[in-house]
Design a protein around this ligand. Structure first.
Ligand code: GLN
Length: 488
């Protein structure tokens, strides 16, 4: 019998509805696990009292029959989402004392659905990183091998779900931060189309790329979460004027005849052989399920990383100018005048990676360089997006590996930013094109480390992508494999 922390959302719903366990007992179970596996460092803050109070309210709703499908299910939020009355650090020292006076829309929607917030998860500082090692609150460990990184920037959320410290978590993805850690920790992570989910109250990194999404055990759980998270929000001007989504209703469709495109550039130099082998066997599974596999090309996508590392830092340098020690966050204790106060507060408050990005971004936007770098990167972005449009004239979904390698050792890439940046080589193109994409477990390498399969769908076709992922999971059990060390 699976333990409570190995169960999916649908299974936990049944547990609550049958009265096998109350929402309060469920919350206590996960809070207890967070405490006993504290060494993973997946959480920045945990609020037991608040979680238990929410759980008791959920129990009342369940008793009176007024609950929603998510009522009483525990969740952890990436510490990038503002939470009313609860610390929100964004992984940075500059926000080490910041308590937001309101909830992000994602948080308030999930609260309204009756979910129980366990706490806030660790992350790379301002979501800049691929290993969770840039967090001011220390690195997070990967539950499959604790000497390895869980990926980033949503590494705390990924580890928390993978180790069964929470059934689901939220994450954000600017260049791969939901999908890459999902791949490294053997869970399912979805980045929806740009604009699907409100970003109100989600601390901005690169606004033309940032998108929130769920991190879960399986595609079905992700669909359940997305049906609540997606939808128009008048508080976010980039939020799409769309009717509410019904992804759950599309999961059971047959995928027979679905055309899956394999971009050659995602299977070439730089891809580790053991990852390639696992993806090949996933392709065979899709074939067995009746899908047609074809070759497609995304010629400009090999320039996605340099393009991203001009645009994302440019936007970040502008977004992060609001952290000046005046309105919120850390302020230097001693300073001579206003300019000195800005300088000292920011020098003390930001970590090295954030400073590096602010400098690159400011440089790329400065007069004389704007045309050479920023405008050029914008043009390249358009070419990358056109490549996808052309590919989707031939296929319904695009498939590849999520990452070139399995989770690497801590400190292995901290001295080489470019090596670190290359981790997102397969995930970044979908952000640049605004497309929905996801990672799901596809198998393990010989050392037992998880490998992620990457799916990209045309704009607003999350339903098709989740359908294919769910059908794959009905035919495989990689998503049900749990890290041995954390079963108890
Ligand atoms: N790893 C990428 C970066 O460092 C992507 C981060 C993200 O998606 N938030 O920018």
């Amino acid at each position: 019998m699976d333990k409570l922390h190995q169960k999916t959302l649908t299974e936990l719903q049944a547990v609550l509805r049958n009265g096998d366990c109350s929402a309060r007992e469920l919350a206590e179970h996960f809070l207890q696990r967070i405490e006993s596996h504290n060494r993973l460092n997946a959480f920045i803050s945990v609020d037991t009292e608040r979680a238990l109070a929410q759980a008791e309210r959920a129990d009342e709703a369940l008793k009176s029959g007024t609950g929603s499908p998510l009522t009483g299910i525990p969740i952890a939020h990436k510490d990038i989402f503002c939470t009313d009355g609860l610390l929100t650090t964004c992984g940075s020292k500059i926000l080490n004392n910041f308590v937001a006076p309101y909830d992000a829309t994602v948080v308030s929607r999930l609260n309204t659905a009756g979910m129980v917030t366990l706490g806030k998860t660790n992350m790379d500082e301002f979501a800049m990183g691929s290993s969770n090692e840039t967090s001011h609150y220390g690195p997070v460990s990967n539950p499959w091998n604790t000497t390895r990184v869980p990926g980033g920037s949503s590494g705390g959320s990924a580890t928390a779900v993978a180790a069964g410290l929470t059934p689901v978590a939220t994450g954000t993805d600017t260049g791969g931060s939901i999908r890459q850690p999902a791949a490294f920790t053997g869970i399912t992570g979805v980045k929806p189309s740009y604009g699907r989910i409100s970003r109100y109250g989600m601390i901005a990194f690169a606004s033309s790329l940032d998108q929130a999404g769920p991190m879960t055990r399986c595609a079905e759980d992700a669909a359940l979460m997305l049906d609540v998270m997606c939808g128009f929000d008048e508080l976010d001007s980039t939020s799409l004027q769309q009717d509410s989504t019904q992804f759950c209703a599309q999961l059971e469709k047959s995928v027979k005849g679905l055309k899956i495109g394999l971009p050659k550039s995602f299977f070439s130099e730089g891809l580790d052989a053991e990852v390639g082998d696992i993806i090949d066997s996933a392709i065979k599974t899709f074939k067995k399920m009746g899908c047609t596999i074809i070759d497609v090309t995304l010629p400009s996508s090999e320039l996605a990383v340099p393009c991203y590392y001009v645009l994302a830092p440019a936007e970040a340098s502008s977004n992060l100018s609001r952290f000046d020690g005046v309105r919120f966050g850390h302020r230097a204790e001693k300073y001579d005048d206003l300019v000195d106060m800005y300088q000292k507060s920011r020098s003390e408050g930001f970590g090295d990676e954030v400073k590096r990005r602010i400098m690159i971004g400011t440089y790329a936007l400065s007069s004389g360089y704007y045309d050479a770098y920023y405008s050029k990167a914008q043009k390249l972005r358009r070419l990358i997006s056109n490549d996808f449009n052309r590919a989707f004239e031939q296929c319904d979904l695009i498939l590849g590996p999520t990452t070139p390698s399995v989770a690497f050792e801590k400190n292995a890439k901290t001295d080489d930013p470019v090596e670190m940046y290359l981790n997102d080589i397969y995930t970044i193109p979908a952000n640049l094109a605004g497309l929905p994409a996801m990672s799901l477990p596809a198998g393990f390498d010989p050392k037992g480390l998880p490998i992620g399969l990457h799916l990209v769908a045309p704009y607003l076709e999350e339903g098709r992508m989740l359908n294919a992922a769910h059908q794959f999971q009905l035919n495989t059990d990689f998503h049900r494999t749990f890290p041995e060390e954390f079963i108890e």
